[in-house]
Ligand binder design. Structure first.
Ligand SMILES: NC(=O)c1ccc[n+]([C@@H]2O[C@H](COP(=O)([O-])OP(=O)(O)OC[C@H]3O[C@@H](n4cnc5c(N)ncnc54)[C@H](OP(=O)(O)O)[C@@H]3O)[C@@H](O)[C@H]2O)c1
Length: 240
């Protein structure tokens, strides 16, 4: 029977590409999303991959969502914590809400989804968790204390949980994307984006599929000896 994977934020952007790559890898994929029903419907119509709506920052909603996936499709074998938001601003202008939203969704989401699925993976002796961090969690970024802290936290979370899963066949890894051509990056003002691209040695933004292929590898049988790692996919912008 096919293994079951949940991709959070899996109906658009990098998550959409991850959902498709995991399906190519043989997984039964369920794509979670937060609120963009129109995009989710279009995604399912185009791909046949089911979507389920819940807020990954909501602990109870994650437990209920993962249980529903397990009941409908089977035990959850792989989770890709891809859902993420930005609420940029320099510290002296950043509200507590902007700090808290980013921590709750980006970092809290990883905890909530792992709580809902990790024990089952351990018991069954096989599991894959891939957390999507960021170059800005590795290097920091002006105007992003919330996002950089959450993504840096994801990298620490990954290394700690990897140690807990290793003996039980559960690997936990992170990918730290550089700047990828999605709605999130389209929100960056054009002059700022031009300066960013000028600093990328390969001379362009990344494509969602270039992140997705890394996730597919980390979720595959071939990656059983890879755990606690952070794969940087950033066009050479930050060599960590
Ligand atoms: N794009 C980049 O350059 C870049 C670089 C480094 C890291 N990343 C990280 O890569 C991941 C994907 O980024 P992206 O550019 O593809 O973002 P995106 O285009 O803005 O898509 C974000 C996805 O996350 C979902 N989402 C947001 N809040 C959620 C919540 N509370 N619960 C469940 N789902 C939620 C959205 O759902 P709806 O469709 O319902 O809104 C959407 O599917 C994020 O973690 C981001 O931080 C991106």
């Amino acid at each position: 029977m096919a293994r079951v994977a949940i991709v959070t934020g899996g109906s658009r952007g990098i998550g959409e590409a991850i959902s498709l790559a995991l399906r190519d890898e043989g997984f039964t994929v369920v794509a979670n999303y937060a609120g963009n029903d129109e995009r989710a419907k279009a995604f399912t119509a185009a791909t046949g991959i089911p979507t389920m709506k819940w807020d990954v920052g909501d602990h109870e909603a994650c437990l209920a969502g993962c249980q529903q996936v397990a009941e409908q499709f089977g035990p959850v074998d792989a989770v890709v914590n891809n859902a993420g938001v930005t609420r940029d601003g320099v510290l002296h202008k950043m509200s507590f809400e902007d700090w808290n939203d980013v921590m709750r969704i980006n970092l809290g989401g990883c905890f909530n989804m792992a709580k809902a699925t990790f024990s089952g993976m351990r018991e069954r002796g096989w599991g894959r968790i891939v957390n999507i961090g960021s170059i800005n969690g590795q290097a920091g970024q002006y105007g992003q204390v919330n996002y950089a802290a959450a993504k840096s936290g994801i990298h620490g979370f990954t290394k700690a949980l990897a140690q807990e899963g290793a003996k039980f066949g559960v690997t936990v890894n992170a990918i730290a994307p550089g700047y990828i051509d999605t709605d999130m990056v389209a929100a960056v003002p054009a002059p700022v984006l031009e300066k960013i691209v000028a600093k990328i040695p390969v001379g362009r933004l990344g494509q969602a599929n270039e992140i997705a292929r890394g996730v597919a590898f980390l979720c595959s049988e071939h990656a059983g000896f890879v755990t606690g790692s952070t794969m940087s996919i950033n066009g050479g912008q930050h060599m960590y």
